[in-house]
Design a protein around this ligand. Sequence first.
Ligand code: 9MR
Ligand code: 9MR
Length: 511
Amino acid sequence: MGREWSRRLIFLNLRAPVPDKLFLPGAGNSHPFSIGKNVHKEVADAAIKSYYFQRASISLPEEFAGRWHRQAGHPDDSVLIHPSAATRQRPEGTVISSPKGWYDAGDYNKYIVNSGITMGTMFSLFEDYPGYTSKIELNIPENNNAVPDLLDELMWNLRWMLTMQDPHDGGVYHKMTSAGFSGTVMPADDTDARYVVQKSVTATLDFAAVMAQAYRILLEYEQQFPGLADSCLTASKKAWQWAQQHPDQLYDQEAMNERYDPDVSTGAYGDDSAQDEFIWAAAELYLSTGDENYYNSVEMIPDDQMPLPSWGQVQALGYYSLLRFSDQLTGAAKEDLPQIRQLVIDFADGLMKGGNESAYGVVMGHSPSNFVWGSNSVAGNQGIALIQAYRLTGNTDYIDAALNNLDYLMGRNGTSFAFVTGYGDKTPMDPHHRPSGADGIAPPVPGFVAGGPNPGQQDGCSYPSDIPDQSYVDDYCSYASNEIAINWNAPLVYLGSAIEALQYEVGYSTY
Ligand code: 9MR
Ligand code: 9MR
């Protein structure tokens, strides 16, 4: 009893009735499963809908939010300039307006760095699979306008991001936050003062990349969003200029706290290098303007590695975009193209090699180092890298491997948890997510992937195991394994949607 069994079964040439669970003498019933087309559609769409539930500054009526309807929280129309961010034009205590956006995670703060990779990942899905993504229908307030619902949802955060740029110099505040984390309360009940803190080069470059990419996408929706595409490009260029002038202005929260009050103890998203952020921003600005100076001003291939994307490592996002528009490249970008292509393929091949050897036959977990804080985003981002390799080569083995990582997230893993709230038989019920913790409703808000196994166990909670792939506990206490976050959901959105799109666009099917 209590022992989890894992076996790999392949169903071929099935005729009705299709089983939805299996009975194994001695082990009992398997978790239920589905066999059919579009089996990931519902969870992929729910993963996008989760961003609606993260919206700041707006109430979520029952019509759209169902039983998780709630009052508006965090109007963010009177945000204070923290002393670390004070300038001549905006001295300490100046009040600015910075509404909308998505809450970062289980907490209610809004961080530009993490918004950057989140937006970039989902904009890239939109660019990679335009046919599929423009038809996704979400039950959100904007679902009757002439804009794809995915884009509508992304606009909620884009509008906020634009408020984070100082109009006087183009620099972007690192984050908008209360001084400390709030208690486990509903959004409307967190009324602590909110601040924007110092500008950083990483936030400013992530912002520049997102706004350049937004420009390309929004050009097609000029009628629906008059002038917005241009505003994004202008904002991006100004941010780039600021970053050129402040290349070393990294965010160091401890150093900031030594100099200024009040101390800020919320998510730091600090970084010790902006090299990768320069690469990403340069790539997006070059692609959106055709101006080779952006590309040429940065060392675009610093070594022979392609690091997997994460909030602090965004180099590959630039590569993916360059490859997406490979037929339009000029100058040095055109010359570099074969090398960049090879970096992505080599990286994917490295993943494939490990994947076949792991216990679950999946790429995720082929190395214990995969199990970081937010490891489920590693699974998702590996899946994206594999899909990129498929797009470059047409080799469907990469799709199979990507699908295996999606299976990992849905239960084919050392915990047997289907990690997305609301989906699967054994699924997180108690994520570190303040609304889910405070709303008095038993099931958590749906569509969020839990952070996942993390042997760091930095929260000090009680875990069932120290083994990396089993260092997970479904307890509110566990912010190091069971929190949710926008940057972890985005790769799930990409992977789940791309797998669906590949069925729909190229007729790819695993059975
Ligand atoms: O709730 C916070 C979570 O959103 C963060 O990811 C995490 C790490 O920064 O911190 C959590 O807040 C904890 C704080 O750091 C320490 N006291 C307990 C808080 C959780 O209840
Ligand atoms: O995802 C972040 C992880 O890489 C860091 O190790 C961790 C501690 O700094 O913070 C994580 O991000 C949290 C952020 O700081 C605050 N909001 C919740 C995020 C997810 O736990």
